[in-house]
Design a protein around this ligand. Structure first.
Ligand SMILES: Cc1cc2nc3c(=O)[nH]c(=O)nc-3n(C[C@H](O)[C@H](O)[C@H](O)COP(=O)(O)O)c2cc1C
Length: 325
């Protein structure tokens, strides 16, 4: 059976963590992932009010005693109360992303709650190592949603080389068993997966967005700042963009951001009504390049079993073939 140091650290069977997608990785997805033997995350995102988060924490606990965590988009201001609430709730792990994680790691010391630091740059990876993160998530540019410019392959490998005993988990572009096997070969201890779970029954976003992921090819996404700029999202400079499925809105405005901002309030309204109407020509669908590997919406438990059994099969048979055995 495929097992890694991450499995032993977290008390899970499969070396997979579901990404904490803000507001759409809810109790339903975290429960399904944790019950199936991987590590489920609730996406608390940028909400400073912990009420929603705590409701979802309790909802997972009603359904399973398996470990799970919550993740924040930690570049946003005003998250102190929500982070305190997650620590007090004694979830198994808290994920922080898009910031220098030092102070957030120090804050959790002695709490019994593990800290996952999702990093996009070598500078923040080094800070996570120095501060003693429990797990470092090395997120490459293939990832859906907010990310930076480094490709997963070389970034994960570079983080593994500086991480010492801290397990590194790869994020960005992994949607199937070959992807998991590949990052394990780089020295990662597991995969942190978002886009594949967008196309799951339990993802709480709209069905039309799941449909867009199924239809997209690997080259149908774009890393852009257009939606962040229009909505004044305060992402750190390390985060160079937001990977979404390309559409008429990104075709029109990516590269013409200054002109776009002269029409900010009108465009904000357009995006809000397109989102309400399920109009993917204007509304953002956050998804990574791995969309091109995904062709069906499945239960999370099925997705996990399929990824792990494919990875086991590859790891068992391919080395022998490659080495002439
Ligand atoms: C729909 C969506 C929403 C996301 N929201 C967040 C978020 O709120 N906080 C966060 O840290 N990462 C977020 N991410 C990024 C994931 O944490 C993760 O790095 C990424 O999904 C991994 O790459 P993959 O999409 O290729 O699996 C999001 C990703 C997606 C696809």
């Amino acid at each position: 059976m495929l097992t890694t140091r991450l499995c032993r650290l977290l008390g899970i069977d499969f070396p997979i963590i579901s990404a904490p997608m803000a507001g759409t990785a809810t109790a339903a997805l975290a429960t399904a992932v944790s019950k199936a033997g991987a590590f489920g995350m609730i996406g608390a995102g940028a909400d400073p009010d912990p009420t929603w988060l705590l409701e979802h924490v309790h909802a997972v606990r009603e359904k399973t005693s398996q470990p799970f965590g919550v993740g924040f988009s930690s570049a946003f201001p005003g998250l102190e109360k929500a982070i305190e609430a997650a620590l007090d709730a004694q979830v198994a792990a808290i994920g922080h992303s898009f910031v220098d994680p030092t102070q957030l790691i120090n804050q959790a010391k002695g709490s019994g709650v593990k800290i996952f630091a999702q990093v996009q740059t070598m500078a923040n990876a080094k800070k996570a190592v120095t501060a003693g993160a429990d797990v470092i998530i090395a997120q490459g540019s293939e990832a859906g949603g907010h990310t930076s410019h480094l490709g997963t392959l070389s970034f994960v490998r570079a983080v593994v080389k500086i991480a010492g005993d801290i397990p590194v988990v790869a994020a960005g572009g992994i949607a199937d068993g070959p992807g998991l096997a590949a990052v394990l070969m780089l020295g990662a201890e597991g995969a942190w997966i978002g886009t594949r779970f967008v196309a799951s029954l339990e993802w709480a976003g709209p069905e039309w967005a799941k449909g867009q992921v199924i239809l997209a090819d690997v080259d149908d996404t774009i890393l852009t700042k257009v939606y962040d700029l229009v909505s004044d999202a305060p992402y750190a400079l390390d985060v160079i963009g937001d990977r979404v499925i390309s559409n008429s809105f990104t075709d029109t405005w990516h590269g013409r951001e200054a002109e776009m901002m002269t029409r900010q309030s009108e465009l904000m309204e357009d995006i809000a009504s397109a989102t309400a109407a399920g109009d993917a020509t204007t509304a953002p669908v956050r998804a990574g390049t791995a969309s091109g590997l995904i062709r069906s919406i499945e239960p999370a438990s099925y997705i996990l079993r399929e990824i792990v059994s494919q990875a086991e099969d590859i790891l068992r048979h391919r080395p022998q073939k490659l080495l002439g055995g």
